[in-house]
Write a protein that binds this ligand. Structure first.
Ligand code: ADP
Ligand code: ZN
Length: 645
């Protein structure tokens, strides 16, 4: 991401950005969107999650005379968004079905009095002609449509109510409409422009690269332990574990709790109220980990999620991208680890086999192949993810296990041919274990019984051990050379060769695979790699943010605290944030982002002026929170301890 190219930025805009939002520079594309929207142009903006969409309509709403209306389907989020806007001194309110009649009447009164600058509404509201008439009388002069892909049947979240938004263009001919989405395909873009009737819109497509995310993939050998170890290496860091079933999400949460980690499960089997409570607890930093099936995270606006761990193979790269995108929205480094094993492939394949609509099945197959290429190919993860959004990325990304040298690639054509040949010669009805017995020359009962010790492939692979061959079998399955045959009883009935495998056996194709370096930790050493890697990679990634960081740190360089102390002060400020947020009834990230707290821990401001120079501190936040945080910093520096408990 390019930042800091603000030489052309209008100084009055920058002044407002600092005084109201506490930021010293626009993110890429923000200024272009804001300027166009303020100039009365329609806008189409595709920005990745965490790209800073809210600012793109909150900022103009602050400056523009009259009312700006934000359409959002995420009713559960409106209150938090309004709270956040108010924390920055923007007169914001919302109207949706969750509001009781008295509260709604109050909002309407304020609207009539012209006391509201930014109004969040649900699309159902706007579908009612009377409501649109009311908006005219309140002087609505601009519209922002959030989650605009909901207008498109191509998107995965089509909402019929969004189709009525076309009325806005005709009924408010003078009001500019800005559409925002994090779904980047061209079909969706075309649909949004047409369905909202955008007139000659300024089209802004941001890069979907998320440089703050570090992508890693590892083999799943004992998921419970792997998840536990990963979480324990990140004490206190909020994160989401995704599992594919209710049962595994319950179990994983239970194991984490047993080891003293605060964790809750979230899945479709829980009733609405409980689900809301889990979500709320997570947003408010009251629970560190949510172990969820895919339903979770959609409507979650929590910028300090530090990691996402997938405990099972995702079903599509798009889904994986969106799920991992929920971490690091504050732009601070965050980890995405994907654990997978061949049993995941079998489950997905079984699911696909049950699909009756041919097109649906073909689509699911294609998505699975893309996911398998992602986990198995030894190509930069970021490159593969971005390729999915038609975005090119080349060179070392410095933020994935492949680029960081944690993954070796090897030409395994010859051993692959040996294993495939064992499958072919034994009739394509055996599983990996038996095939490995054959190639390694293990004299088992079954081998003798079937006479497989007489095969030419028997013992040809004694140069590697069993686990090496088993993992090769997994790779071959991942890359779709071997497929699992499902018996009439629905159980696996051996590995079968694909047409691609036959090409490989004939020598018309090569098999290059990503292989983990062997390590003392056994299995494949993925976790030990995860533990040791950050040193080098983190530095590179941190560099990318240093421009913003330096710009926002502002203060004259104070002698740096010892890093451990800085970390302790950061933890202390986190506790202060949690208390203050609870007192005000808002989520902690609304008070300050992790980045703001880090900058505070680094700069250790002792005066209001120095506090104001920290990232994310505007005048309003100085006034609301300055005293709390300054006192905490002071006392930490005096005693070396956190007074907060
Ligand atoms: P999105 O809605 O696109 O996912 P948000 O609007 O929630 O993203 O913004 C993500 C985070 O980035 C928020 O914590 C926000 O305060 C922060 N942010 C937005 N714009 C800037 C900026 N110009 N400088 C620094 N941080 C920013
Ligand atoms: Zn990479």
């Amino acid at each position: 991401m390019q930042r800091g190219a603000n030489s052309k930025t209008d100084p009055t805009l920058l002044k407002t950005l600092k005084s109201s939002f506490g930021f010293t520079a626009f993110r890429p594309n923000q200024e272009q969107i804001i300027t166009a929207f303020l100039a009365g142009r329609d806008v189409f903006a595709a920005l990745p999650t965490g790209g800073g969409k809210s600012l793109c309509y909150q900022f103009p709403a602050l400056i523009r005379p009259g009312l700006t209306v934000v359409v959002s389907p995420l009713i559960a989020l409106m209150k938090d968004q309004v709270d956040a806007a108010r924390e920055n001194g923007l007169a914001a309110a919302y109207l949706n079905s969750s509001l009781n009649p008295d509260a709604a009447r109050e909002v309407r009164a304020q609207l009539s009095a012209g006391a509201i600058k930014l109004l969040y509404v649900s699309p159902e509201r706007l579908a009612a002609p009377e409501f649109r008439a009311a908006l005219r009388s309140y002087g609505a002069g601009a519209f922002a449509v959030d989650e605009a892909h909901c207008v498109s049947e191509w998107g995965h979240e089509f909402r019929p109510d969004y189709r009525t938004l076309l009325n806005l263009r005709t009924e408010f001919p003078q009001a500019p409409i800005a559409a925002f989405t994090a779904t980047a395909t061209q079909e969706v873009q075309r649909d949004i422009v047409t369905q909202l009737g955008l007139h000659d819109p300024v089209v802004v497509r941001a890069s979907f690269d998320r440089p703050e995310l570090l992508y890693r993939v590892a083999r799943k050998h004992s998921p419970a332990e792997q998840v536990l170890q990963f979480v324990c290496e990140r004490p206190g860091d909020p994160g989401i574990v995704y599992r594919s079933t209710r049962k595994s999400s319950e179990q994983t949460a239970e194991i984490l709790r047993r080891h003293g980690v605060s964790a809750l499960a979230y899945h479709a089997g829980l009733d609405d109220e409980l689900r809301n409570r889990v979500q709320e607890a997570f947003v408010r930093d009251e629970v560190q980990v949510v172990v969820a099936t895919i339903a979770f995270g959609m409507g979650i606006d929590k910028s300090n999620v530090r990691w996402i761990l997938h405990g099972d193979l995702p079903r599509s790269l798009e889904g994986y991208y969106q799920e991992t995108g929920r971490a690091g929205r504050d732009g601070e480094p965050a980890d995405a680890l994907l654990l997978w094993g061949p049993q995941d492939i079998a489950i997905i394949r079984r699911h696909i086999a049950h699909m009756t609509v041919e097109a649906e099945r073909a689509g699911a197959e294609k998505r699975l192949r893309e996911v398998l290429a992602y986990v198995g190919s030894g190509v930069c993860r970021r490159q593969l993810l971005l390729a999915h959004f038609n975005e090119e990325h080349s060179g070392n990304c410095g933020g994935c296990d492949v680029c960081n040298g944690e993954v070796d690639t090897e030409d395994l054509t010859v051993p692959a041919q040996k294993l495939l040949s064992a499958a072919a010669r034994t009739g394509e009805v055996f599983g990996a274990h038996h095939l490995v017995d054959v190639v390694t020359g293990a004299v088992t009962e079954r081998v003798l019984e079937r006479g497989h010790d007489k095969l030419p492939t028997f013992g040809v692979g004694s140069d590697h051990d069993r686990s090496w061959w088993l993992s090769l079998a997994q790779d071959l399955e991942a890359a779709a050379y071997l497929t699992r045959r499902i018996g009439t009883n629905g159980r696996p009935a051996g590995l079968q060769l694909s047409p691609q495998a036959r090409r490989l056996m004939r020598g018309n194709e090569r098999f290059v695979s990503a292989r983990r370096r062997p390590s003392a930790a056994g299995a494949d050493g993925a976790l030990s790699a995860a533990r040791h890697a950050p040193a080098g990679s983190q530095v590179a990634r941190t560099e990318q943010h240093s421009a913003e960081r330096l710009a926002n740190a502002g203060a004259a360089a104070a002698p740096t605290l010892h890093r451990a102390d800085q970390a302790a002060l950061f933890q202390c400020l986190r506790s202060v944030r949690k208390r203050v947020a609870a007192e005000r009834g808002v989520p902690p990230y609304v008070v300050f982002s992790d980045k703001s707290l880090k900058v505070m821990a680094m700069n250790r401001p002792s005066t209001p002026a120095a506090f104001l120079r920290c990232h994310g501190v505007g005048e309003r936040k100085l006034e609301s929170y300055g005293a709390h945080f300054l006192a905490a910093i002071q006392s930490f520096l005096a005693s070396g301890e956190c007074a907060e408990r």
